[in-house]
Design a protein around this ligand. Sequence first.
Ligand SMILES: Cc1cc2nc3c(=O)[nH]c(=O)nc-3n(C[C@H](O)[C@H](O)[C@H](O)COP(=O)(O)OP(=O)(O)OC[C@H]3O[C@@H](n4cnc5c(N)ncnc54)[C@H](O)[C@@H]3O)c2cc1C
Length: 427
Amino acid sequence: MHDRHPAHIARCRSAADVSEALRYAATRDLPVTVRGGGHNVGGSAVADGAVMIDLSPLRTVTVDPEAQVAEAGGGCLLRDLDTATAPYGLACPSGVVSHTGLGGLALGGGYGWLARQWGLTCDHILAAEVVLADGSVIEVTEESHPELLWALRGGGGNFGVVTRFTLRLRPVGPVRFSLGVYALDEVPDALAAYRKYTGRQPPEMHTVGGLKRAGHQEWIPPHLRGEPVLFLIAVWSGDPEEGQARTAALFEEVVPAAHVSHTMTYPALQALGDDSQPKGDRYFIKSSYLDDLSPSAVRRLVAAALDEPTALCSIDFEFLRGAISDVPDEASAFPGRDAPYQVTVVSHWTDPERDSEHIVWARETAERLREFGTGGAYANYVQGEGDGRAPDIYGRDRYARLVAVKKKYDPDNVLRGNLNIRPEGAL
Ligand SMILES: Cc1cc2nc3c(=O)[nH]c(=O)nc-3n(C[C@H](O)[C@H](O)[C@H](O)COP(=O)(O)OP(=O)(O)OC[C@H]3O[C@@H](n4cnc5c(N)ncnc54)[C@H](O)[C@@H]3O)c2cc1C
């Protein structure tokens, strides 16, 4: 969807390469974009006529199992990190699709299967090697640059190019994955039971749901194949002995039409979503936090699901809180920790002729859900670059603090191909 043509692509292997690319762009007055894993759906990694700082060669990971710390290159994909840490029974909590970039995901937040148990990816950034807009290379720690470290935990790629993350790791053993599928007329009851369940959901349990058309797999009952359905997923990352019973609890009150459940390794869980959103397809995403999954919100979700323009579209939601909201609000730049639910409208299609119909559906669905929202949204799902939404997303006080950091570390707003924090403040 983003058929843009940079003037130069700098394939960087080190902080020194990034520094040189930034200096080159400055001397020629060229705009700069930064590419980590290339997953930002707004296409912020690429711009016409710009110097693209491509971090994809920077993918080395080293692990210190004793200290439970990893050093990960700024261009790592999530799978690079998981592959390096899994042999030690360790992981850094991250996202649910293993080909997503660590850079963009971690700097903007990082929701995933372990977030309720351990927190967001950005909560695990202990330190970073950062190339500033003027080309200087600094080590960011609590001692050396505390405000910049605060801003890197949720403020996005606004302050410098991270060439190496130092990340806190957590123990993770085999996990239990359970998925139930419900016919659409069962959704009000199933989600009423789910809403009750979230009130007692243990932190080691992460649950997500999705309204989309069922596939044609063997385990899906024939009458539901190709029909709009609800998928509910429970992932247990606590004591493996308890996994089966714990995940079964989600499906006790309203029994799904079909149900699959497996124990698997953490890297296998991380790869489960890899084929669902292939490269080259077309996507438009709208996301917001919901106050509650009330019966009227559920009715609205079901109505929107019935309007999905093509079979690949979905409306996904997840229950948050747990360790995400245990972190004090002022401890990081990440906003909206208290939100109970996140809903993500994923418009997904292949035919360029059908762009506008899919974009309209996502926008209208988000609008229909607005009255149930907290007013906030996840920075990493805000579509499009430089659209002036940062003050709303971060809120007045947090935005002002971010502006102060921006002024100090990137006063000329060289790094602006993102959800932009403007050094001059809100317009
Ligand atoms: C299929 C898919 C699944 C996803 N799943 C999840 C999920 O489970 N959880 C979740 O929280 N989010 C998820 N996301 C959203 C994801 O967090 C964002 O799209 C994020 O921007 C991806 O980072 P990236 O490095 O791949 O992106 P890119 O497009 O490469 O980069 C996006 C922006 O991030 C900044 N950036 C990236 N790397 C660096 C760096 N090293 N230093 C400085 N700035 C940098 C730049 O501003 C850049 O423009 C998903 C997205 C997709 C497409």
